[in-house]
Write a protein that binds this ligand. Structure first.
Ligand SMILES: [Zn+2]
Ligand SMILES: [Zn+2]
Length: 264
């Protein structure tokens, strides 16, 4: 089959990368114009760690491990994708289906990560940035990503969806992730009951009581349905962890496996 490749990439890959890069630039500009916390710099503390090591290097390596090893191995063991169960389902409908189902999973898993002491060790890294902005959401422990992205992309591959679906699903997750963490002082009104955004997710990153509320990622209605929504009148004051957390990417990785005996 003839494939149209530009610089070795399929057109859906070029579209996906372009949307991600343009969205990042758009959020950086909007954060300058409508900041929630004024005076936050783009090149803030931990920028290099979050951008070069988490967003670029970790995502690249995990992408290979998840797709080329884990998902491929599971698929070759069971061969479900050969049934092409979703082959005749329109791409937009597949995206709606996978976005909704994975978002319910991620709501429940996220909530569980806050209550289980072993999983909290993996999730802690995501709560460590003291500055919440378009980039800070990328800081997640490699094992948390490994679990959640395998669950995100395994059904897409097993149900025989075309590769565009996995690529566009990745774009939806990437752009929505930037949006909910963006330092934007916006008020979306009634939409905050449906579409999750920075208004609620910022509260989840505070050091106060909001940290055990607002577990939703893309759709806020999970929080409203399951009684975990929290939208106080007061402004978010302090973000991050109250406990020590290392500043370096590699130390952040190993810190999740520290002994429970030591107090830290
Ligand atoms: Zn959390
Ligand atoms: Zn977050």
């Amino acid at each position: 089959m003839k494939q149209n490749l530009i610089l070795g990439l399929h057109s859906y890959e070029i579209i996906s990368y372009s949307i991600i890069i343009l969205s990042a630039l758009l959020f950086i500009i909007l954060e300058r114009i409508f900041p929630y916390n004024k005076g936050q710099r783009v090149l803030r503390e931990g920028f290099f760690n979050d951008f070069a090591l988490y967003t670029i290097a970790q995502s690249y390596i995990l992408g290979i491990i998840i797709f080329t090893f884990i998902i491929k191995w599971i698929d070759e063991s069971y061969g479900v994708s050969r049934l092409q169960l979703f082959a005749n389902v329109p791409i937009w409908l597949q995206l709606v289906f996978f976005t909704l189902t994975h978002d319910l999973y991620i709501y429940l898993m996220h909530r569980f990560m806050h209550s289980n002491k072993y999983l909290w060790r993996l999730h802690e890294a995501h709560h460590s940035p003291k500055t919440v902005d378009w980039l800070s959401g990328s800081r997640s422990h490699a094992f948390e990503i490994l679990i959640n992205q395998t669950v995100e992309f395994l059904p897409i591959v097993l149900l025989g969806a075309p590769p565009e679906v996995a690529a566009y699903k990745g774009v939806i997750s990437g752009v929505w992730g930037m949006y909910i963490h963006a330092n934007l002082g916006i008020n979306t009104g009634w939409m905050q009951k449906i579409i999750n955004g920075p208004e609620m997710h910022r509260i989840h990153h505070t050091t106060g009581k909001g940290r055990n509320k607002n577990f939703a990622t893309k759709f806020a209605f999970w929080d409203w349905i399951f009684g975990t929504a929290y939208l106080p009148e007061e402004r978010a004051a302090e973000y991050g962890l109250k406990t020590f957390f290392p500043a370096n990417f590699f130390k952040q990785f190993t810190f999740a496996f520290r002994s429970y005996k030591k107090t830290s």
